[in-house]
Every structure is written in structure tokens, then in C-alpha cells.
Design a binder for this molecule. Structure first.
Ligand SMILES: [Zn+2]
Length: 415
């Protein structure tokens, strides 16, 4: 049983930590870094590229089928089974392709942005096609998913087929969803109970406690439970089924990102977009979500790029919640720069985010998984990332690509 407690606003600078901002009924990115920098836009070139994109994405493209996908299910399951008595791993993160990550921390299993079906599209024969396997047949092979955590509603992040598939498995009937503002109704439309969906604004923070199934939270005991949880953490474990109190609690914080939203063409920016921080007293993890860092024009030289403003939120997030043991950071798409740089990250941007948020180890995402997601090759990203790391004298091991299915673990004695 999951118990959620919304934490009061911390002492934060209102200038740095403002809630989301709307103009009319649409959310905006309130930073100069999101303002387009192109003086003029080449519509002919763009239209040709869009034509190529649509015609090439009409059928499933079965290439890249043999590239390595190596999901280590025994390692994932062992973490889940061992956590309450003999686990030396403080966090375990598995990339499932694109922006999907399985994060295991304390006794919790969280699934971020699970696009794990074949199409990121409202139409099943056109649009971005996931050409790489996910490494497992059914969600029954994975541990129960405690939380699905969504960054925004684009099809390559919020995938209806995957959400329905997760809830179709008996052990996931009580899975709880964290999503940005104004997305709750979408989940209720799928038949997911209202008390299993929590919408968050930027900087909302929840403390999550896992209680034994036998724990009775009736209306009469709610106030008492609140007091108990607030006054003495140790008393939350009231039965013998949960023995290690440190393992049954984490915090989750919705943080800003520089992006946009929409699924239908009519709902542009009517729902919010976020990144997520997951913390316990000894571990911190930052899922950056889909984001831009610095809008630049096409053909921008390195020197020119530095003159344009960058998004300040990553430094703020680093100051408030860093340093991070792990951050997952997108590395594309990038072409054309004057359009993509507003809401997506180049390798240069990704390395800047890695530095700004004080990440000790970062994993690149949003690459290598889906054909026709953009006009860039699905393999682009890592080579450019390596170059940027070299330029800034950052060891490659600090921010290195992983295989789909590769499990990244941090042991408890590691710094
Ligand atoms: Zn997106």
C-alpha cells in the first residue's frame, strides 16, 4: 500500500522556483533561452523534409533489428527480491530504450516515460517506429511497477498501448501514476481510478511511504496516520511484514523543463511538461525529461552559441537537489537547429546540463530507438557526446551511452 504526503513549500527563491506559467490556457517556457533565434525560417526546406519524413514513416522500417538489446531480468528481479534484507545496491537504473527507464530505489520500482510499443503515433501505420526490441515479452516478467512517472504527453513518452499493457497485468492493478498538470483526465479516460493518479506542478514534492497491505487507512485514522508519519518515521512500520524502515520511503519532486506538449494538434501546450527528481537520504536521481537548453539559429558557430542565453533551471535543480548520483539526459534530436534547439538538447547542451545539475554520472537518452522520430539518424548522438566531453575534459565514463537493457547500479559504499 502506498501513502503519499504532499510536502509544504520549501524556503525557495520565488524568482528561481516559480510554479508553471500560462498565457491564456496554454503553458509557456518563461525563459529567454526558449525564444526562437532564427531571423527567418526556410519553409521550403522544412516542407521537403516533412514530406520525406511522412513518406518514409508510412510503413514499419524493420532495420536495426539486430542491434544489441540485453535486458538483464535476473538482476532486476534479484534487486526486488533482496531489497528488504540483504541488498548492497542503493539504486539500480535500466534503460529500456528512448526515454524509458526502470528505476529501482529502496523498495520501489518506478517506470519513467514507457514508450515500449511499436508506434509513437495516434495512427498505427504512420509515425515514429520503435525498431528495437525492449527485451521482455510481458510485464509479468518484471517486478510489480509501483509508479509510472511521465514527463509530458508526446507520443514517444506517453504511450497508450504501453500504459494499457502495464495495467492489464494483475500485479500492476494498483500502480500509481505521477504526471504533469492537466494530464489526470487522460488516465481517468483509460479507466484508471482517480486515487491512483497524481498531477504535479513544477516544484511539487511528495513523500512516498510504502505501508504493509494490512495497514488500515480509514478516514478515522487518516489524521492519526499523518501525525504518526510526521512525528516519528519509525512508527510507520507497524507490522512484521516491513522490517527495514529506511527502505520504504522516497521523495519525488516535479521540476521544470524547457519543452512543449500536445497530442491532437488542438491541445498545444494545454498540459504541462516536467522533469523528475527522486531522492532518499543517501541517493538522488534526476530524470531530465524532454527539454531544450539554449535556442540557437542554424549554422551557429561555437563562439556564437555561447552568446545566447541558456536555461537557468538546471543550475537551480542542482543547487536544491544535487549532486545527483545519476541523471538521465536527452541527446537529440538536433536538426534543424533553429527549430529543435528550442525544445531539445544537442550533445553540447546535454554536457552543460550534466555540469549545471551537478551529476556524478549521466546516461544519455532519447536516441537509438525509434526510426523517423526526427530527420536525424537514430544512431546520432553518442559520437557528438564523446566529442563534447573531450572538449570539456570530462571522463567518458561520467556520461556514457548504455545498451538497451543494460543495468546501471550504484553500491551503497560508493561515493
Ligand atoms: Zn516531447
Amino acid at each position: 500500500m502506498i501513502y503519499l504526503k504532499k510536502l509544504p513549500e520549501k524556503e525557495k527563491s520565488p524568482e528561481k522556483c516559480c510554479p508553471s506559467v500560462k498565457e491564456g490556457n496554454r503553458y509557456i517556457n518563461p525563459w529567454p533561452s526558449a525564444v526562437p533565434k532564427a531571423k527567418k525560417f526556410n519553409y521550403n526546406l522544412w516542407n521537403k523534409r516533412m514530406y520525406d519524413y511522412f513518406t518514409s514513416s508510412i510503413v514499419a522500417r524493420e532495420k536495426n533489428q539486430n542491434l544489441k538489446v540485453d535486458l538483464d531480468l535476473p538482476t532486476i528481479t534479484k534487486y526486488y527480491e533482496d531489497i528488504n534484507y540483504n541488498n548492497n545496491i542503493k539504486i539500480q537504473v535500466t534503460w529500456l530504450g528512448h526515454s524509458a527507464f526502470l528505476v529501482q530505489i529502496n523498495s520501489f520500482t518506478l517506470l519513467f516515460d514507457p514508450f515500449l510499443s511499436r508506434r509513437a503515433s495516434p495512427i498505427n501505420f504512420i509515425g515514429p517506429y520503435r525498431c528495437r526490441d525492449r527485451g521482455f515479452e510481458s510485464f509479468s516478467e518484471l517486478p510489480p511497477v509501483d509508479f509510472i512517472v511521465l514527463s509530458h504527453n508526446h507520443y514517444d513518452h506517453l504511450d497508450k498501448a504501453t500504459i494499457k499493457e502495464i495495467f492489464s497485468v494483475e500485479k500492476n492493478k494498483k500502480t500509481h501514476i505521477f504526471c504533469p498538470l492537466e494530464l489526470k483526465s487522460w488516465f481517468l479516460g483509460l479507466g484508471i481510478p482517480e486515487n491512483q493518479v497524481t498531477e504535479c506542478d513544477w516544484w511539487d514534492e511528495y513523500e512516498i511511504t510504502k505501508l504493509p497491505e494490512s495497514f488500515d487507512i480509514s478516514n478515522e485514522t487518516q489524521t492519526q496516520l499523518n501525525e504518526t508519519l510526521t512525528s516519528n518515521n519509525n512508527t510507520t512500520t507497524t507490522t512484521t511484514t516491513t522490517t527495514n524502515n529506511n527502505n520504504n520511503k522516497i521523495n519525488i519532486i516535479a521540476v521544470p523543463a524547457q519543452h512543449f506538449s500536445g497530442r491532437t494538434g488542438l491541445d498545444y501546450n494545454t498540459t504541462l511538461w516536467v522533469g523528475w527528481v527522486i531522492k532518499n537520504p543517501e541517493t538522488s536521481c534526476y530524470f531530465v525529461g524532454d527539454t531544450g537548453y539554449r535556442a540557437i539559429p542554424d549554422n551557429c558557430t561555437e563562439e556564437e552559441r555561447e552568446k545566447y542565453p541558456y536555461c537557468p533551471i538546471f543550475k537551480t535543480i542542482g543547487e536544491l537537489y544535487g549532486p545527483f548520483d545519476i541523471a538521465t539526459i536527452p541527446i537529440g534530436p538536433v536538426t534543424p537547429a533553429n527549430r529543435m534547439s528550442i525544445n531539445h538538447t544537442s550533445a553540447n547542451d546535454a554536457v552543460n546540463i550534466h555540469i549545471d545539475c551537478k551529476s556524478k554520472h549521466s546516461i544519455p537518452m532519447h536516441w537509438g530507438t525509434a526510426e523517423n522520430l526526427s530527420i536525424d539518424s537514430i544512431e546520432s548522438g553518442p559520437a557528438e557526446l564523446h566529442e563534447e566531453l573531450k572538449k570539456k575534459n570530462i571522463p567518458l565514463e561520467e556520461f556514457q551511452e548504455v545498451f538497451i537493457g543494460q543495468v546501471y547500479k550504484i553500491e551503497k559504499h560508493a561515493s
